[in-house]
Design a protein around this ligand. Structure first.
Ligand SMILES: [Zn+2]
Length: 387
């Protein structure tokens, strides 16, 4: 990872480069800031810059033997420590080394990865991960080796917040009596979760949020989206690239859901027209095959849209939580959700959501639901008064 690959952060980059130029590289440093600000890629770019054999004023060369290995995170003097847990393939004594391939994969795919991305990558989203005692013994073992190729041996510790309390004294001892020519780079999000005695051993570099302007320019160059949309994303992302990626991903899902939902409602409304029943059956068939999680997500989305429609019709516009283009797509459908059917519609969607969790036959469920909605959606407010 070269400095030039990192979004913004000019000030932090300059400070790091200065430490190399002035030969004042502190042996234990803390990169403190949200993952989405770029703290991890900055730490790696720093290590690559130090190790580069033909660095320029402001960046590593990217081509020397050291850089080539760094770009793939396979340099023999670059060691990683990160939180892990037992998995299907590693059932006992999990350590970072056992997951190094996965780690490289995850980082190279997205250098702005957050802890949740990491556990997702390992398929252990619901597990507690930690940096454990076995790991700290591994660190000691590695530190007893001489650097292979570089002047420095680099030990990069990601998310030291997850250091197991029993492992903390070991790490502290290592930091107190560091071996020669070893560089500890710790990358953390929250200083308050770090053990104070460890924190006091570190030189801290605070990584600030990415400026809105820089984030806007980066997103514009990487995503083929209209300016207005990118502006929206920037406003919500809080200078955090990882957030921005997630918002874009969610927006795309929402747009797909909305189209799918409105098409469904249209079929339900005109179900008696020729050919529509066949079309609806095909929709049911398709929907039954998207998997339970997606079905739940879609129904939750449908519920949200019905609620927003009611607000659009009767309520305070200020309460409506729809994006600008969602409003324009939804406004035509909104009048169909009204006082005559809102309660039942919501009940039916809720019931379907619960039933999906019970592993019911999705095809039957979505067909029944469609027929119920076809009836409900034709109800008008006057009918509610008379019935
Ligand atoms: Zn180089």
């Amino acid at each position: 990872m070269r400095f030039s690959e990192i979004i913004g952060q000019q000030e932090a980059k300059q400070r790091l480069i200065q430490t190399v130029k002035n030969q004042r590289i502190s042996h234990a440093q803390l990169f403190l800031g949200k993952a989405g600000y770029g703290s991890l890629p900055l730490a790696i770019a720093y290590a690559q810059y130090i190790s580069c054999k033909s660095k320029s004023e402001n960046d590593a060369c990217g081509n020397c033997p050291s850089c080539v290995k760094y770009q793939k995170l396979i340099h023999p003097d670059l060691h990683f420590v990160f939180p892990v847990a037992t998995t299907k393939s590693v059932a006992k004594n999990p350590t970072s080394d056992k997951f190094i391939e996965k780690w490289r994969e995850a980082f190279l795919e997205n250098p702005y990865l957050q802890l949740s991305d990491w556990t997702k990558h390992l398929e252990i989203e619901n597990k507690q991960v930690s940096i454990n005692v076995v790991e700290c013994n591994e660190i000691i073992k590695k530190l007893s080796l001489k650097p292979y190729e570089s002047e420095y041996k680099v030990m990069l510790i990601w998310m030291p917040e997850k250091l197991h309390h029993a492992a903390a004294p070991k790490l502290l001892k290592i930091l107190e009596e560091p071996p020669n020519k070893t560089l500890f780079l710790l990358v953390a999000e929250d200083a308050e979760q770090l053990i104070p005695t460890i924190l006091s051993r570190l030189q801290m570099l605070k990584i600030a949020r990415i400026s809105d302007e820089t984030l806007f320019n980066t997103l514009s160059s990487r995503f083929d989206l209209p300016q207005e949309k990118i502006n929206n994303v920037v406003q919500l992302a809080e200078g955090n690239y990882a957030n921005a990626l997630k918002i874009i991903d969610k927006n795309e899902t929402n747009e797909q859901h909305l189209e799918y939902f409105l098409n469904w409602m249209r079929m339900c409304f005109v179900i008696q027209k020729e050919g529509v029943m066949q079309e609806l059956l095909q929709w049911v068939e398709e929907t039954s095959r998207i998997g339970r999680e997606n079905q739940k997500q879609f129904l939750a989305f449908a519920l949200r849209i019905c609620r927003e429609c009611l607000l659009l019709n009767y309520g305070d516009e200020a309460l409506v939580r729809l994006g600008a283009n969602e409003v324009s797509s939804v406004s035509k459908f909104a009048p169909f959700v009204n006082s005559a059917n809102a309660v039942e519609l919501t009940e039916e969607l809720n019931a379907a959501y619960t039933e999906i969790e019970r592993n019911i036959n999705a095809k039957i469920l979505f067909l029944d639901l469609s027929l119920k909605i076809a009836k409900l959606i034709r109800k008008k407010p006057e009918e509610a008064l008379s019935s």
